[in-house]
Design a protein around this ligand. Structure first.
Ligand SMILES: [Zn+2]
Length: 436
């Protein structure tokens, strides 16, 4: 067998034949030619027999490594004039538009990104993290399941901050499937509007969405099947949800109530800690340093050291301990297994306790809960429990921590999408196996 035919079978790229193989000190360069005569626009279905010219240089894509060798595919591409997109280099069947990697290589990156940590991926593939981000954003844009927005009944819209300086992503979860089905950069009403626009495209395209609440918008077919939408307590998402899916019950996910109690507790703890430091009580400040980590945890999840810190806080009493018991009372109100009647009693008991409580952040918490009491109870009635959202949220938080290194929200979003489903990345060998 000739070297070129051997490499043709080894690299297994569709639509090309190998013209030449070169061994360089650090890589193998494989020169290929396209089998098809017609030129294909890389951005649409347009194809033509007419070439404008040929690029003066080879295009280069990195392919899956071969043993220790780095593999480079080179191809001299022609250029065409697309009536919609102007003059462009022709598409190749083995790589995405504007990618410097083959589809097989990008598949591998996407598969790993959903499973392995940053260092593993970077060292194994010899890529920098931002390149990984660009690759997975491309894979996501290309391979999202188009039916992922079908048959949604019970969803949650939530924001997550993926970087400091207020960089937010809005994520829509399908509660029944326990998956994230949609996401975009940004937060608030606009982000939710974007979701509803994609849910029912024909409406978004047909009539501009009304601005005020007084106009009656047409409810989209898919938005019309939503039975429940759970939200946090901000009003941006709620406003949009009410407008686009007026039949759905808007409820407040108890998870967010507990989260709010945790931030109130943190506020009290910080105030207390600063006071201790101010008084020059270094010893006390040091002893309660890891309180930050023990306080928000469920008692059963504490490490021994954290449990000891908590015991010291209890012995010390005061504001922080009082705040802790209030937080635990809030969490207990939404414990799994309670009926709506149980929660109704507990929530009212909690409200009267919070109204009498001293640390100011908890008085505020009480006011917020009172304002959203109906929405919270609606969530319990519909069986939206804290545990489910929490599990998904913890998963998202883990991924978001890895996404910190990315420079674009698009890449962060792609990482969430790859890990919490709508896309199931395949490994290259699975794509090429005869049974696939
Ligand atoms: Zn085109």
């Amino acid at each position: 067998m000739r070297v070129t035919s051997a490499f043709s079978r080894l690299v297994r790229l569709p639509g090309v034949w190998v013209r030449h193989v070169r061994f360089e000190p650090d890589r193998v360069e494989i020169e290929v030619a396209l089998r098809r005569r017609r030129l294909q626009c890389p951005r649409c279905a347009f194809s033509t027999a007419a070439r404008k010219d040929t690029r003066p240089v080879d295009s280069v894509w990195r392919h899956l490594d071969l043993g220790v060798w780095r593999l480079e595919i080179r191809c001299r591409r022609r250029r065409l004039r697309c009536p919609h997109h102007g003059v462009l280099a022709e598409a190749v069947p083995f790589a995405r538009h504007r990618a410097h990697f083959t589809r097989d290589f990008e598949c591998l990156v996407a598969w790993l990104a959903a499973r392995a940590d940053k260092t593993t991926i970077r060292r194994l593939l010899r890529l920098d993290w931002d390149t990984v981000g660009r690759i997975i954003a491309r894979v996501c844009a290309d391979e999202l399941d188009c039916d992922r927005l079908d048959e949604l009944y019970d969803i949650g819209i939530d924001e997550v901050s993926w970087r400091k300086q207020h960089s937010y992503l809005t994520l829509v979860a399908d509660h029944r499937g326990g998956k994230i089905v949609w996401g975009c950069e940004g937060a608030g009403e606009k982000a939710a509007d974007a979701f509803f626009a994609e849910l029912d495209r024909e409406i978004a395209a047909g009539s501009p969405l009304p601005d005020g609440d007084d106009c009656e918008p047409t409810v989209g077919e898919r938005a019309g099947t939503l039975a429940a939408i759970s939200l946090d307590m901000g009003h941006g998402y709620a406003k949009s949800a009410r407008r686009h899916a007026p039949q759905a019950t808007i409820c407040i996910d108890p998870y967010h109530v507990v989260q709010l109690a945790n931030s109130a507790l943190d506020e009290v703890r910080r105030g207390d800690w600063n006071e201790l430091r101010h008084l020059g009580d270094q010893q006390a400040a040091k002893r309660f340093k890891d309180a930050r980590w023990s306080l928000p945890k469920k008692p059963e999840n504490l490490t021994d050291t954290q449990a000891a810190t908590l015991a010291r806080l209890k012995a010390a009493g005061g504001e922080v301990w009082r705040a802790y018991t209030l937080k635990e009372a809030t969490r207990g109100t939404f414990a799994p297994g309670l009926t709506v009647d149980d929660v109704t009693i507990l929530i009212d008991r909690l409200l009267s306790r919070l109204a009498r409580s001293r640390p100011e952040p908890f008085i505020r918490l009480g006011r917020t809960i009172r304002k959203h009491r109906d929405g919270i109870l609606a969530a319990i009635r519909l069986g939206i429990n804290q545990g489910r959202t929490e599990a998904l949220n913890n998963k998202v938080q883990l991924i978001i921590r890895r996404a910190h290194g990315f420079h674009s929200g698009r890449a962060a979003l792609a990482l969430v999408t790859l890990t919490c489903r709508p896309i199931t990345p395949h490994l290259p060998h699975a794509l090429h196996s005869p049974t696939h």
